[in-house]
Design a protein around this ligand. Sequence first.
Ligand code: NAD
Length: 422
Amino acid sequence: MVAEVRERQEGNLWEMVTQQLDHVAALMHLDPRLHEFLRHCKRTLEVSIPVKMDDGSLRVFTGWRVHHNLAKGPAKGGIRYSPTLTMDEVKALAMLMTWKCAVVDLPYGGAKGGVVCNPSELSDGELERLTRRFTSELILLLGPEKDIPAPDMGTDERVMAWMMDTFSMNVGYSVPGVVTGKPVNIGGSRGRKEAPGRSVAICVEEAAAKLGMRLEGAKVVIQGFGKVGSVVALLLHAIGCKIVAVSDVKGGIYNPQGLDPVRLTAHKRQTKTVSSYRDGDFVTNEELLQLPCDILVPAAVERVITERNADKVRAKLIVEAANGPITPEADAILRDKGVFIVPDILANAGGVIVSYFEWVQDISQFFWTEQEVNERLRQVMRRAFGEVWTIAHDRSVDMRTAAYILAVSRVAEAIRLRGIYP
Ligand code: NAD
């Protein structure tokens, strides 16, 4: 019921992503057979998950694992626990993972999974039993050479540790490479937690260099001061940017002279919010998006910049840390205003890139220093940014379209080279 209401409000994400593919396929004159191939998910597994609840009752949860396309390698994608999850949402997110992996040229195909549940209403024991039974139901798909889940909304490194342990117990030996985003102590990678924020900061640097924008003193507004947004603030502050406003779900704080992200982080740790920080003026999230600044980083939730507020955005550069923060209608308005946008599938790809590094380290049983992880992340991001920029320039398209052209062409080429079985 909740899912139905949300689908009516937001439109169907699966329809949106297939339309996006159709648009790019037409632009790049994609072979219609490959286009048709890519419009479908390779496999969708629906499972029922019986869980003994703490009060002695039994609840059966529904879960899915979807593989969109595996032409470039094993399936990679997060596990989402959400009360409003639908199969179409999981399919759409799996397709987006195919493009995200391809745009940064990782040897992976796109996948996604999840369970319809509200993790905040489950006890630790219920959450663990649900996760272990879900993993068992998926076991025919999983494996370091087949399908490697990671955390997503509603799941974390603890859930990944349970998934890894359940898989390992079933095969009889430890298989750390079956999931990524694990605690470092059991095969996780150094630098994984900061990676999405770090790739966003690298995109700010790359874009500023291309646009001739000075970062020293550049004014930055960040919506969302969570795992991604807080890292972006710290990294951009460290290279001389002025963080003039940040926010969380309760609202934001604005100081045109600049805020200190280290003190903000400490304040948030103590009070659980940045909105009560003293050294600035309170602003709502709506006002925050319209503040005068050079760089805007939406790092909270999807669809915050819409046709209602896009023409009031004053930033010259927007780097999408959140997934889908700009609606297609707003995208067109911003493009007409000359705002340069680095799209989500490129900007926040740091998470999946360092997940790839984690998988490589687990398989080789040889672990890298944080500095090595960060340097390799920068290399991958700089190469991908440069490739997207070149397509945007050569074909006179925006960076989002260019990123999709690059991703779709890589996956289509992999299918063409392998041929269509049988
Ligand atoms: P998080 O939960 O740690 O932080 C989200 C922040 O946004 C919090 O400060 C929260 O208070 C704020 N927020 C929530 N709803 C809001 C609203 N309606 N208006 C304004 N602020 C709001 O989440 P995160 O991991 O930092 O993820 C943020 C975004 O980045 C999401 O879109 C996520 O999909 C995307 N992302 C995350 C990762 C990752 O590995 N964490 C990787 C890639 C992309």
